[in-house]
Design a protein around this ligand. Structure first.
Ligand code: F6R
Length: 610
């Protein structure tokens, strides 16, 4: 959470680069923002509560030029999202922006106070500014003061620091929070994440934990905490800057929903052979699947829902016993895992603290770990024994859409891969599974055509205060995902349930004020059962939106019920189709309610706090 940027270069461009960078990092936090720029003998700090627009308005009045600057967009942890708590924080000549949490900040603050330091904010970050300032005596370089100042700091951080006394320098360091650097002719860039610097360079240096970078207009030098210079290679990132624009869509979320067939194609490309009917994961060459007796999938939020679908896929295709846990729960309970357990950690960002810490804990217990993430060089990518990437491209909207479907398709391919490796399926079955995979993007494209009809449907339903989503089997997690999408962007209360659970309690909620979204693709056993649930709801006066591939369902509907017809698709891949109308429904309802769809209140795209 929180986004950091830094720039050294053309004084006329500094403000623009900082603000553009912050704009593309706003998904990391957006409750307040600030910048600080320095030139010879002058430092200017501007901070503002609320969205970046407020900061922009404040800066426009000031006509600031300076060659060096840092900026920050905040997701509050310590202290309310006020201007006073907004970063950068300063003490003496030093200003700092910080992403992360300083765990021992109150002890450090107490000690500093006893030595006469006075604090103006409620943040942990201000403590860092004081610690550095205290070490920044005459003759000491900023990087030396930073290193000394951080000696007793515990927690996670990525920081960028500048000083009025050394205006051609930014010192950046990281521990457990991401930080990237790049350069173009005469310019240097620092950011929490690649999208902020992609418009200027695709050759990115990823700092590692314990790196301290000293960046000046002439050079980028990287040291370890003992002060030895180290080399970090540049990595070419093939994301196109256009991918991080809205491409004519009103919101990133809508753009990302529509990108799903393309994201699926990119994710499956090169992984299967159409002639041999096999699936390949080059990154798993050294992974011995035969030694595995159990799989445990870990994730949070939408990635957790993809994990639940993963259980159905792996058990059904590869026949390996699979459990699923919320990353935040797994870590703090006694769990039974060993070197025969495969941990599959799923995270779009690859930075979610709950998931990365769970992965590290499982690794310590001897489990084999695979990270499944969308972001190269992210923490999970670096910590896992093996890393498999989804190719969704940058996901900017806070509500996850294309990350979800690319995660599911990757687990599906992994399940086929494991099944073939462990000789669980014959050629005919793998042929069928791969054929279904190939036909999927087209089916998703057909589902995307529902956009305008669901927009109309949303008008009828956007005033309800509560919703229930029901699904069965592999579409039960889709019910959870559909309800999460609705609540997070429209702030409407929504619950997802396994349809079979209705009669055990939730049915008491049903009346004419409770729309029920029923996910009922026409598949074998489940379909008949869910028809039963449909009748139960009807009998209690509930209003139903049914998502189905069976057009004859129409005949069963009452005058207030609605049907969303989706294309037929294999049962195992049906979640990738059924979820699309639910993403649209949440989007259009939120749009009618006028919420901030891409940056819903209280949320952040990357959750680096536990
Ligand atoms: C919901 C959403 C969140 C994330 C969760 C995990 O739309 O985006 O629930 O899925 O915070 O994030 P990652 O996948 O980055 O670990």
């Amino acid at each position: 959470m929180c986004g950091i940027v830094g720039y050294i270069g053309n004084p006329e461009r500094t403000i623009g680069v900082l603000l553009n960078g912050l704009k593309s990092l706003e998904y990391r936090g957006y409750d307040s923002a600030g910048i600080c720029v320095v030139s010879e003998g002058e430092r200017n700090t501007v901070r503002s509560e609320g969205k970046l627009e407020n900061l922009k308005i404040k800066i426009e009045d000031k006509q600031i030029t300076a060659p060096t600057g840092i900026g920050h967009t905040r997701w509050a942890t310590h202290g309310k999202p006020t201007e006073n708590n907004a970063h950068p924080h300063s003490c003496g000549p030093v200003s700092i922006v910080h992403n992360g949490i300083i765990e021992n900040y109150s002890d450090l603050k107490e000690e500093l106070s006893a030595r006469g330091h006075e604090f103006y904010s409620d943040t942990d970050t201000e403590v860092l500014a004081h610690l550095i300032e205290e070490q920044y005596e005459d003759g000491v370089l900023l990087e030396e003061a930073v290193l000394k100042g951080f000696e007793r700091v515990e927690g996670s951080y990525a920081v960028a620091v500048l000083s009025e006394n050394e205006p051609d320098k930014i010192v950046a360091l990281r521990k457990f929070s991401p930080l990237v650097i790049a350069e173009s002719e005469n310019e240097k860039f620092i950011a929490s994440d690649v999208p902020a610097i992609l418009p200027y360079s695709k050759n990115i240096i990823f700092l590692e934990d314990g790196d301290i970078a000293v960046i000046t207009s002439g050079s980028i030098k990287i040291y370890n905490y003992s002060g030895q210079e180290i080399k970090r290679d540049k990595k070419l990132i093939n994301w196109d800057p256009v991918m991080i624009e809205k491409a004519g869509y009103r919101h990133y979320m809508l753009k990302e929903i529509h990108e799903q067939p393309r994201a699926i194609l990119d994710t499956i490309r090169g992984r299967f052979s159409e002639s041999e009917f096999t699936v390949e994961f080059e990154e798993l060459l050294k992974f011995n699947s035969k030694d595995i007796s159990k799989i445990l999938i870990l994730g949070c939020g939408t990635s957790y829902h993809a994990s639940l679908i993963g259980k159905y896929l792996i058990e059904s295709i590869a026949g390996i016993s699979t459990e699923v846990d919320l990353s935040s729960e797994f870590r703090y309970r006694d769990n039974v895992i060993d070197d025969k357990t495969l941990i599959l950690s799923i995270s779009q960002s690859g930075e979610t603290a709950d998931t990365s810490e769970a992965l590290i804990a499982a690794k310590e217990q001897g489990a084999v770990t695979i990270g499944l993430t969308n972001v190269e060089m992210s923490k999970i990518a670096r910590e896992a024994d093996f890393t498999v990437y989804t190719k969704a491209g940058p996901e900017i909207g806070v509500a996850s859409t294309k990350a979800f479907t690319t995660q599911i398709i990757t687990i599906y391919m992994m399940a086929v891969y494991l099944a073939i490796k462990r000789k669980k399926i014959d050629k005919d079955l793998s042929k069928d599974l791969i054929r279904s995979l190939i036909s999927l993007p087209k089916l998703m494209q057909v589902a995307l055509e529902l956009d305008s009809s669901i927009k109309v449907l949303a008008k009828e339903f956007h005033t309800y205060k509560n919703f229930i989503y029901l699904g069965r089997g592999i579409n039960y997690p889709v019910a959870l995902e559909g309800s999460l999408k609705l609540k997070e962007i429209s702030y409407i209360h929504a619950e997802g349930y396994a349809a079979g659970e209705m009669k055990h309690g939730p049915i008491a909620l049903i009346d004419e004020n409770m729309p029920v979204v029923l996910i009922a693709p026409k598949h074998g056993n489940y379909f008949q059962k869910i028809m039963g649930n449909f009748q139960e709801i009807k009998a209690r006066g509930g209003r139903i939106i049914v998502v189905t591939s069976d057009s004859s369902f129409q005949n069963q509907l009452g005058k207030d019920d609605r049907i969303i017809l989706i294309p037929e698709c294999s049962e195992l891949l049906s979640p990738l189709v059924t979820v699309i109308p639910l993403q649209f429904l949440a989007y259009h309802i939120a749009n009618l309610l006028g919420t901030d769809i891409d940056q819903p209140r209280n949320l952040a795209k990357v959750v680096t706090v536990e």
